[in-house]
Design a binder for this molecule. Structure first.
Ligand code: FAD
Length: 322
């Protein structure tokens, strides 16, 4: 059975689709003739241009949801749509908090499986095969999706490139959001946006990350300074997040963010597999570590065996002198 139609959950943030939604649209249009994006939170007409450019022909708009938590309402609306006969072959969902919530609820409502932690997708004889990173990203398991359609795939950020197809705006179709009773009683009261200067960690072209080798929380300022001078973002290993030196939003790795910058600089990071899985897709990797046997050197294009407290100030000084 061929794959004709794919829906992509195009979650939005600050009035634009999240980057993963554009990555999923790019992949969906390579696999299916019909691609539809699903949006909620209002402003669908404004999003239709970008979503169309990346491959959506139609945008299903669920409206602003009245400030309610999206999970129950989006899942109910999509389940109703599928039951009415408008059935996609697959639904691609970004790995975000709301994406995971919707995927689980939709899976239960439609009684179809949900495949999570997907890092790759392949079509073979009309079947979708999904790739999953396991054991800290050291092994890839391929799952063959043969069950009832639609297959729900929750896909990790940066699994595919986001490439514009140059298409015109998608047409917007409003979907009815059904009453779901007490399930949707919770509403969002407040959103907290963490302050930051410079690019977002998972979108930055240059990422400078620090680990336990920095020795103390105050030395993280060196990492931030280098990142700022390179117009990049500052990341971290889990060791220093757990130690409370930096917030969780900085964490790179299996249980943090996946980054694929042009340049990743690891400072005082050993290179545990759980860290590598989040950054080994970077185009160029530079590692600074005083231990020549540190595993991070196995993925580095350039290794500097040295003390971060000496190397980082030198690098910062050289950049400032340019
Ligand atoms: P260490 O492993 O302690 O390494 C410090 C390094 O600094 C050493 O290599 C040392 O040689 C070097 N060093 C010391 N002093 C200096 C100096 N002065 N100059 C230069 N180099 C120096 N980790 C993540 O990062 N991200 C994750 O998402 C993540 N998820 C995990 C999920 C699970 C389920 C588990 C079990 C673990 C996870 N971890 C994750 C933790 C991971 O296994 C490592 O413990 C962690 O990455 C180690 O952080 P680190 O490299 O900063 O510290």
């Amino acid at each position: 059975m061929a794959i004709d139609t794919i829906w992509v959950l195009a979650e939005q943030q600050d009035g634009a689709p999240v980057p993963t939604a554009l990555e999923l649209l790019t992949q969906a249009r390579a696999m299916a003739g019909t691609v539809k994006a699903v949006t909620w939170g209002g402003g669908a007409e404004g999003l239709a241009g970008t979503l169309g450019e990346y491959g959506a022909q139609v945008v299903y708009d669920l409206g602003d949801l009245g400030g309610k938590l999206p999970g129950p309402l989006v899942a109910a609306a999509l389940a109703e749509r599928v039951r009415s006969g408008d059935q996609p072959d697959a639904i691609f969902v970004p790995t975000t908090y709301d994406g995971r919530d919707i995927a689980g609820r939709l899976s239960a409502r439609l009684d179809v499986p949900v495949l999570t932690n997907v890092v790759g997708l392949v079509e073979e004889n009309g079947e979708l095969h999904s790739e999953h990173a396991v054991f800290g990203g050291t092994q890839i398991v391929t799952a063959r999706f043969t069950g009832a359609r639609p297959g729900i795939f929750v896909i990790r950020a940066k699994s595919f490139p986001a490439e514009s197809a140059g298409g015109g705006p998608a047409s917007v179709e409003t979907l009815t959001v059904p009453e779901v009773g007490a399930v949707s009683a919770a509403s969002v009261q407040q959103r907290h946006v963490e302050e930051r200067s410079g690019p977002k960690l998972d979108e930055a072209d240059v990422v400078v990350s620090g680990g336990r080798g920095l020795g103390a929380a105050e030395h993280y300022a060196l990492v931030e300074e280098l990142a700022r001078l390179l117009h990049g973002a500052a990341g971290a290993s889990r060791a220093i997040v757990d130690a409370g030196w930096v917030p969780y939003s900085h964490q790179v790795g299996q249980t943090g963010k996946t980054v694929k910058p042009t340049l990743y600089i690891a400072c005082g990071i050993s290179g545990a597999t759980q860290h590598l899985v989040g950054m080994k897709g970077a185009k160029h990797i530079i590692a600074i570590n005083k231990d020549p046997e540190a595993p991070i050197f196995s993925v580095a294009d350039l290794g500097i065996v040295g003390d971060v407290h000496k190397v980082l100030p030198k690098l910062i000084e050289a950049l400032k002198a340019r």
